[in-house]
Write a protein that binds this ligand. Structure first.
Ligand SMILES: C[S@@+](CC[C@H](N)C(=O)[O-])C[C@H]1O[C@@H](n2cnc3c(N)ncnc32)[C@H](O)[C@@H]1O
Length: 246
């Protein structure tokens, strides 16, 4: 099931409604920037628009370009599920897994296909539509992670694993980073793990991330420099952080 939003649905959004409860469920992805801003300013609390959606606002073709990039890689037989295999290796069979910032669904799709109970959430409706089309299995939601409230969407149980791969952290609005990490913590079971991967040189220094993760209630369990399990060092150009609730 996909929750979709479109301009004509906005009149139905009352203060306090989340996108998933608003009934704005329309097959139309012509979202305007104003609509997105309206959605993420629920209850009068302004949430800064994600850097990703700011990029989409400047270049409306960006999302479809991103979708086609992964479709092409898959057609060419490239490995686009390395992160998902890492998560699968950590997970008991039939785990509850949230892909936070799922994009066009390559990771959540794989994890559902190998038998996990998967939810994919992403702020970009074009990517979520592609995920639903290309990867049946997970439950797909259009949702800003800074506003994540899955119980309000009828998803009450916490997750065993939350994965956020592909630089999602660096596409958040900087003002929402700690809030997003807190929302992820709130959706994780007490013995669950969150696995977050992103690269250096993207305006989110790893030390700031460690500080933010601690502020949000996480402890670092394992730090790696890549999804192929190389150890993290002070010089690493990439971070895969396996976090547990503090
Ligand atoms: C480079 S893409 C990675 C997508 C996917 N994780 C993957 O690895 O294929 C970054 C993603 O972060 C998502 N994103 C950025 N800020 C977000 C937010 N505040 N809430 C939800 N998703 C967000 C974007 O919509 C985009 O899909």
């Amino acid at each position: 099931m996909t929750i979709r939003v479109a301009p004509v649905g906005l009149s139905r959004l009352a203060a306090g409604d989340s996108a998933c409860r608003a009934g704005a469920y329309i097959d139309d992805f012509q979202l305007t920037v104003d609509c997105l801003l309206t959605l993420i300013c629920q209850n009068g609390n302004m949430t800064e628009q994600s850097l990703w959606m700011q990029q989409v606002a400047k270049d409306p073709g960006h999302s479809q370009w991103y979708v086609e990039r992964f479709r092409t890689m898959e057609r060419e037989g490239k490995d686009v599920v390395g992160e998902a295999r890492f998560i699968d290796a950590m997970a008991a069979r039939g785990s509850r897994i949230l892909d936070a910032g799922c994009g066009a669904g390559r990771i959540a799709g794989y994890l559902a296909a190998v038998g996990h109970d998967v939810v994919g959430a992403d702020v970009d409706p074009v990517l979520v539509a592609a995920a639903e089309k290309d990867h049946p299995g997970p439950r797909w939601l259009v949702n800003d992670l800074a506003e994540l409230d899955l119980p309000a969407c009828g998803i009450d149980e916490p997750f065993d694993i939350i994965v956020s791969a592909g630089n999602v952290m660096t596409f958040l609005a900087p003002s929402t980073r700690v809030t997003v990490l807190r929302r992820l913590r709130a959706h994780l079971s007490d013995d669950g793990r969150a696995v977050i991967g992103f690269g250096a040189g993207r305006d989110y220094p790893f030390d700031d991330f460690f500080y933010d993760a601690k502020s949000a209630g996480f402890e670092a369990d394992v730090l790696l420099a890549a999804w192929d399990v190389r150890p993290f060092t002070a010089d690493s150009e990439f971070l895969v952080a396996v976090l547990r609730p503090a």
